[in-house]
Design a protein around this ligand. Sequence first.
Ligand SMILES: [Zn+2]
Length: 217
Amino acid sequence: MATSDGVLVKPPKFLYSLQSELKLLQRRLSRKQKRSKNYEKQRIKVARLHHHIDNTRKDFHYKQAHALCDAGDMVFMEDLDYRTSAKGMFGKHMLDTAFGQFRSIVKYVCWKRGKFFAVVDARGTSQQCPECGGEVRKDLSVRVHNCPHCSYRTDRDVASGQVIRNRGIKLISTVGQTGMESACADDLPGTEVTQSRRVSKSPERSLRLRRERSAFD
Ligand SMILES: [Zn+2]
């Protein structure tokens, strides 16, 4: 993760180590005879670790989301993530899911803490200068943004984050003038709350769960 404030966060090491532990357990499972007692035991071990990894990642995502809300009142995120899926650290699918989950959690935490959240078109964010708006072509191996037009220099991902921030601010500042409030309100925190309240008449816990689930969609 990179923010427009210049914060760079790498996925924690324990997620990687759990990942290799999972591989080990899955390999052991594949050597057990199906429907045997040992197979069942091993299957439960794999399931438990999956559960643990999910929880650990979710916990990390929540902490990051709160850190974002601590740092500002508006959060803009990119609509799709091309860059992480191209890196293929755990394989494309898993990362995409994790990124989608992170975005849902950020959206939820923003709503919960009364911060503004919106998703911004991310096309070409890495090829633009956040300071002067000029085009700065760079492929994935170039980790530093160095603008030849205005000589602005920063980390590549931070520059992308700043372009996203600029686009987000532009998005909300033009909404009022063009009368697009209703279109933009889809992403405003709180719009899904009224829906989930309408459908649920169950006790507090299931209400909360349902609200969380609908916030995650
Ligand atoms: Zn520039």
